[in-house]
Structure formats: structure tokens, C-alpha cells
Design a protein around this ligand. Structure first.
Ligand code: SF4
Ligand code: SF4
Length: 377
């Protein structure tokens, strides 16, 4: 099977894929940085297989997991594989205040910063996976704190993801980092990511397939579909029928929905054993799968256009002109005006114009501080 075929299979096939993958022990070291453990909770909701089945039946050796392992103290550190087949990070890495996330001790008895563990273990691992937006892009610990609550500035701990800081490289590891397999960090964005994303990605790489990654190093089969294209409210959007508040019938665009700018397949995959997804219960998409979440879509209860980040009141202009469909087109034009060019990739893999603009964002360098990060979506 191609990587795409393996990775896009749903639930029932995950077990088979993992079983094929593991004809011997597979050592996994799962570290947690500045994290709420929500990604682990998401993993625990996996149904096919359950985490327990993954660990026992498929013989994956979770040599270290701060939340799930039985050992503690030095014994726990001892049991951690120092050259794991898969190194997983959940949570961001504090670089300005390294003591904000530590694990164990250095030989001189001081607390050992997480950033040092990453530097040591990542080059020794076959695969490195950033689980969740914090580990992939910095997540909420890297948020700007625009209002300077508690009299502190933005991203006070210097939180970074493994190979990205928000939408830009580098993260903790350099832009040219590759693990033993030759792959860069595989990012599973989401706050949290879907449990299938975690287990299917592991199954895919252990089957010897290289996942096809997008420019943010996310597996395309999961992160290429546009939420907006598969949303149950799409007909309402096209007719210009908007809800005034969450939970009402209608498209949730005016109450902050980031679906037109967010890529993932959870509208069709659904969560909690295929039960539902945020939009199906009247909660706007908040763009948690995207790098830069959550600053990019703040304030979360206002439409993206109302956040005035394009300098264009597309919502009003578009609707008054020829209907709500113009909104997306206008937004695209607005973003282009802010400096994004045409995608060099030609075809956009089924993504909409809105997503196409996103694909053109530069991830190679930090934005020019003088010009400022335009916060375009
Ligand atoms: S990505 Fe979200 S769920 Fe995962 S650790 Fe960070 S805040 Fe928690
Ligand atoms: S704007 Fe949001 S609620 Fe409306 S159709 Fe798009 S994804 Fe669905």
C-alpha cells in the first residue's frame, strides 16, 4: 500500500497496519513539555485500537510517558529509551526560561531542562513526532498575551515547537534537522490532534512508508481537506444564512468560525468513535489544527474579517455585492494584497482559494521585525 492508502484508512484498518508494523519491540519515548496533557487524553480516546491494545497487542514499548507509566522518579528516567524508535513530544519547549519544563537531573544535581533532552534524543531517534499544536508550533504557551495580563510580555518562556515557532522555522531543532529515518519532524497539529492521526502516523512510518507532508510538515491525508468544504453548514454559508450566536442554526462564520482557513479531515472522520465534531454541535471552528493557533484567530468569537486583519471589510462588501460566496474570494484577494503571492505549486490538491493563500505563506524565515508579522491568515 502507498503511504496515502495506509494513512487514510479509517479505524478498523489501523489495528492491522500497526500489527504489520511491529514484528518486534518498538520503543517509544513520549516527553511532555509545556502541556495540558490534552493530547494524551485524546490518544486515550482512540477506539481502534485502544491505547492498551496498541501497547500490549502490538508490542510497542512505551518506555517513558510521564502521565501513563507506572514507574516514577529515577526508575522512570532509567527506563526511558535513549535511542527510541519514535520520539514523541507533547507540549512546547521553553527556550528563554528552560527551567519552565524540566525532567530529571543533570550529573551536578540540577534540574535537566527539556530542551537538553530534545537535543540529546532527537538525533538518536528514527522518527520524531510533534503531537499537538504546542509541540508542533508552540501552541498556547507561545501566545502573544496581547493584553499583557499579569504584566508580562508575549511568549515569556520562549515557547517553541520542535521545528517551528508558530508558522515559522526554526523551532528548537534546526530547519535542516532530520531523524534517523531521514524524515524531518512529523507535525500533528491540533489542540488536540485526532487520536487516529497519532496512531495512523505511527502505523504508517513503521510500515516503512514516508507520509506525504505539507509545508508545515503535517501528513497531507489528514491536513489537506478544508474544514469549510466539508462542513454541514456550507449550504447556509453559500446562501448567506448566518447564526448570530453559537448553537443557532446557520453558518457560524460571523461568530468566529475559522473553517475557511483550517485544514483537517475531522468533518468527515468525526471524533469520539465517529460521534460528532465541533461544528455539528454549533461550535465555531477555532482553527486549532493550524500553526499560529490561537493568536491567528483571536478574538475567537469574532469573524475573521471583523478582526480587521485584512484591512478590508470583506464580510459587508462581499455580502452586499453578490452573496456570501464572495467572502472567500475577497478574503483571498485581501490576503494577497498583504503580501502573499500565487502558489508556486500550481494545483492546490483540492484546497480552496483560502487554503491556497495559506500554502503560499513563507515558513522558512521569521518575518521581518520592522515590517511586522501581518497576522494574515
Ligand atoms: S496541543 Fe492543546 S491539548 Fe495538546 S498539550 Fe497543547 S494545549 Fe494541551
Ligand atoms: S464558515 Fe464555518 S460554519 Fe460556515 S460553512 Fe464554513 S466551516 Fe461551516
Amino acid at each position: 500500500m502507498s503511504a496515502g492508502a495506509v494513512i487514510s484508512r479509517h479505524t478498523g484498518e489501523i489495528a492491522q497496519a500497526l500489527q504489520q508494523a511491529t514484528d518486534g519491540p518498538v520503543e517509544v519515548a513520549w516527553l511532555q513539555g509545556q502541556s495540558c496533557s490534552g493530547c494524551t487524553i485524546s490518544l486515550l480516546q482512540g477506539q481502534y485500537p485502544t491505547l492498551e491494545e496498541t501497547l500490549s497487542e502490538f508490542r510497542m514499548e512505551l518506555t517513558f510517558h510521564p502521565t501513563l507509566m507506572a514507574e516514577h522518579g529515577e526508575a522512570a528516567i532509567e527506563s526511558m529509551s535513549k535511542s527510541p524508535d519514535i520520539l514523541v513530544l507533547e507540549g512546547s519547549v521553553p527556550t528563554e526560561i528552560p527551567s519552565a519544563a524540566t525532567l530529571g537531573e543533570t550529573p551536578d544535581g540540577t534540574s535537566k531542562p527539556l530542551v537538553d533532552w530534545i537535543d540529546e534524543l532527537a538525533p538518536e531517534a528514527e522518527y520524531v513526532v510533534g503531537v499537538g499544536n504546542c509541540a508542533a508550533f508552540g501552541g498556547w504557551p507561545a501566545a502573544e498575551n496581547k493584553n499583557h495580563l499579569h504584566d508580562v510580555g508575549e511568549n515569556v518562556t520562549g515557547a517553541k515547537g520542535l521545528q517551528f515557532e508558530q508558522r515559522y522555522q526554526p523551532g528548537v531543532l534546526g530547519p535542516n534537522f532530520t531523524a534517523g529515518s531521514g524524515l524531518p519532524v512529523i507535525n500533528l497539529g491540533g489542540c488536540p490532534p485526532h487520536p487516529d492521526y497519532i496512531l495512523l502516523t505511527i502505523a504508517t512510518v513503521l510500515n516503512g512508508h514516508e507520509p506525504d507532508l505539507d509545508r508545515y510538515q503535517r501528513p497531507k491525508p489528514f491536513y489537506e481537506p478544508l474544514v469549510h468544504d466539508n462542513c454541514k453548514w456550507r449550504g447556509y454559508f453559500d446562501r448567506g444564512e448566518f447564526a448570530d450566536k453559537p448553537g443557532e442554526e446557520g453558518c457560524l462564520y460571523q461568530v468566529g468560525c475559522a473553517g475557511p482557513y483550517t485544514n483537517c479531515d475531522d468533518q468527515t472522520r468525526l471524533w469520539n468513535d465517529g460521534t460528532s465534531v465541533c461544528l455539528n454541535v454549533g461550535a465555531p471552528c477555532i482553527g486549532c489544527m493550524e500553526p499560529g493557533f490561537w493568536d491567528r484567530f483571536q478574538p475567537l468569537d469574532k469573524s475573521v474579517e471583523r478582526q480587521n486583519i485584512f484591512g478590508v471589510d470583506v464580510e459587508t462588501a462581499g455580502l452586499a455585492a453578490v452573496g456570501a460566496g464572495v467572502v472567500g474570494i475577497g478574503a483571498h484577494a485581501g490576503r494577497k494584497a498583504m503580501g502573499y503571492g500565487k502558489s508556486e505549486q500550481g494545483g492546490n490538491g483540492g484546497q480552496s482559494d483560502a487554503a491556497d493563500a495559506e500554502l503560499t505563506a513563507d515558513v522558512d524565515e521569521q518575518p521581518d521585525a520592522e515590517a511586522g508579522d501581518d497576522k494574515s491568515v
